[in-house]
Design a protein around this ligand. Structure first.
Ligand SMILES: NC(=O)c1ccc[n+]([C@@H]2O[C@H](COP(=O)([O-])OP(=O)(O)OC[C@H]3O[C@@H](n4cnc5c(N)ncnc54)[C@H](OP(=O)(O)O)[C@@H]3O)[C@@H](O)[C@H]2O)c1
Length: 234
């Protein structure tokens, strides 16, 4: 797919990985709508990116948004959806664990309500995470959610062909998702990535490059692309 002149909707497109994807798409000539609950957090946006407010858990609001922008060629969701439970399984609070699945339900809403408006040659991308296939202790919640996202994509891709559907799976990425600052932030990323083949946090742009790859390559569907600094072999 040549993205120039195409229309793209990017959920979670106001921060981190989604914002980087929105900017890369716009730089290649796509017309992008970057969406989140509070899009003002994106600050200044480049030419080609418009902002819109919508919560991926609000199906009525999503339905209206999709109708207003249909048809579109590219649909991306990197929206985290809500909070994430941390901690080992036996100690995990069940309500927090269940709440972590807001990410899955947000993706499912975007996929179910958005796909009918994606052009037949269009393409859809969701974002999972390395714990889906190699979980470290304390990552049970994000591992389960990520695994469900990847299974959802493999199950839905054959049902919506010729539209293409893929997942990009990031490892540890330096984005506003982490609220730590300064030396504390650097130390946290150093610790989290010390055993990776590439021992550093990745950038949002490195993940966005993979999102652009699965958008542009017309022979890729139903699969997961890892951008993880070698996490899976760590
Ligand atoms: N950063 C990492 O290390 C890492 C690793 C593995 C996987 N991931 C995954 O990559 C994706 C992007 O993460 P990121 O690091 O780029 O996070 P981020 O910088 O915190 O961005 C998350 C985006 O999602 C939006 N969002 C959250 N809940 C939403 C909702 N209910 N409705 C609409 N928009 C919502 C946020 O905006 P509002 O708050 O304004 O709604 C924001 O634009 C996530 O799915 C995350 O789980 C990240």
């Amino acid at each position: 797919m040549n993205v120039s002149g195409k229309k793209a909707l990017v959920f979670g497109g106001t921060s981190g990985i989604g914002f980087a994807a929105a900017k890369q798409l716009a730089a290649l000539g796509a017309s992008v709508v970057a969406i989140s609950r509070d899009p003002s957090r994106a600050g200044e946006v480049p030419k080609g990116v418009a902002l819109a407010a919508c919560d991926v858990l609000d199906r009525d609001a999503l339905t209206k948004l999709f109708k207003a922008h249909a048809p579109f060629d590219i649909l991306v969701s990197a929206a985290t959806g809500g909070t994430r439970a941390r901690g080992t399984f036996l100690e995990m609070d069940m309500e927090s664990y269940k709440a972590s699945f807001a990410k899955l339900w947000g993706y499912a809403n975007v996929l179910q309500l958005g796909t009918p408006h994606v052009t037949p040659n269009g393409t859809i991308v969701l974002v999972s995470g390395s714990p889906a296939r190699r979980s470290k202790p304390g990552q049970v919640a994000i591992a389960s959610v990520g695994g469900a996202v990847e299974a959802l994509v493999r199950a839905v891709a054959p049902e919506i062909t010729p539209r293409r559907l893929n997942v990009v799976s990031p490892g540890t990425i330096d984005t506003p998702m982490s609220s730590l600052t300064g030396a504390e932030r650097e130390e946290a990323y150093r610790k989290q990535t010390a055993k990776n083949l590439i021992p550093r946090a990745g950038t949002a742009d490195e993940v966005a490059q993979a999102i652009l790859f699965v958008i542009q390559n017309d022979f890729v569907t139903g699969t997961t692309v890892d951008v993880d600094g070698g996490w899976l072999l760590s």
